[in-house]
Ligand binder design. Structure first.
Ligand code: 5GP
Length: 129
């Protein structure tokens, strides 16, 4: 079972943004930037292109809605999207509020308190339609 499945099942706590029957969105615990969010299919699959085309398009549809909420909640130039998966072998879309190129390079990390993470998650979640 992946660490993200444990988060989805509530066995590990997370700063939840939104969920539906098939997807779960929550804040990345080691964010590149304030508001860095992960969108994960509840069905545990390793690689993005292991998903069926239908599952892939549904993931993009849900990610679109989460990105719209991030854009409303977090001041940024734009929301960047990346799929890597070299650390956690359970498909996840990174949605990252960008101020510059360094925010999408996975080198610079920001340190946020628990209170800040709670506030950010609520702000984004409140903008989710
Ligand atoms: P990737 O697999 O795409 O290279 O990176 C995995 C991402 O998941 C990283 O950005 C990392 O900070 C995040 N991550 C790893 N473990 C946890 C966790 O337990 N909780 C949360 N919220 N994020 C995690």
């Amino acid at each position: 079972m992946s660490i993200f499945t444990k988060i989805i099942n509530g066995e590990i706590p997370s700063y939840k943004i939104a969920e539906n029957d098939h997807f779960f969105a929550f804040l990345d615990i080691n964010p590149n930037a304030k508001g860095h969010t992960l969108v994960v299919p509840k069905k545990e699959e390793n690689k993005l292109f292991d998903l069926s085309k239908e599952e892939y398009l549904s993931l993009m549809d849900f990610s679109y809605k989460v990105a719209k909420a991030i854009e409303k909640a977090i001041p940024c130039k734009r929301v960047g999207m990346s799929v890597i998966g070299l650390e956690v072998p359970h498909v996840h879309v990174h949605l990252i509020p960008l101020q510059g190129m360094e925010d999408i390079q996975f080198q610079k990390k920001v340190s946020l308190s628990k209170e800040e993470l709670i506030t950010i998650a609520k702000k984004i979640s409140d903008c989710f339609e």
